[in-house]
Design a protein around this ligand. Sequence first.
Ligand code: HEC
Length: 141
Amino acid sequence: MNRTVFRRFVVAVSAAVFAGGAVAGERLDIGKREYEANCVVCHGVKGKGDGPFNQVLTIKTPDLTVLSKNNDGLFPVSRVLEVIDGRNVVKGHGTREMPIWGDIYTAQASPQFDDYPYNAALFVWARTLALIDYLNRLQVK
Ligand code: HEC
């Protein structure tokens, strides 16, 4: 068992459970890290939809800081969840340019942990929830 990978898993689950709180001895913002690793290239550093990848996209990347504002002040958790895990295919000019992250997370989880009897779905869930928590924190008032 790769210790670093296992440790990341534990920290991810802990962060999801204690979302917003301090994780034992370490201040790690999993959601921010997930966002910066997977979303920033299109959605931009602050979520405004101005990432560098827009130069090659044929449809405009939406501003993720106004999701609540556009939903009567409520953060649309299920919609965002479904857009991230791929259940809700976002449409624009007839093609889908947004990768299906749930599948990618699952693919990343499985091979790393195949020697350890853990629940891969939980790993994917923890990363996704941390990301949703981070997007919620990006919302303009
Ligand atoms: C390759 C560029 C790209 C990447 C990377 C990307 N997105 Fe997107 N995203 C888009 C585009 C383009 C749309 C709009 C699609 C449409 O309108 O059909 C979109 C739409 C969305 C929406 C729907 C917004 C709304 O108003 O309903 C959410 C939420 C979202 N993305 C979150 C994320 C998250 C979280 C990540 C990282 C895990 C991410 N995106 C990564 C390009 C990207």
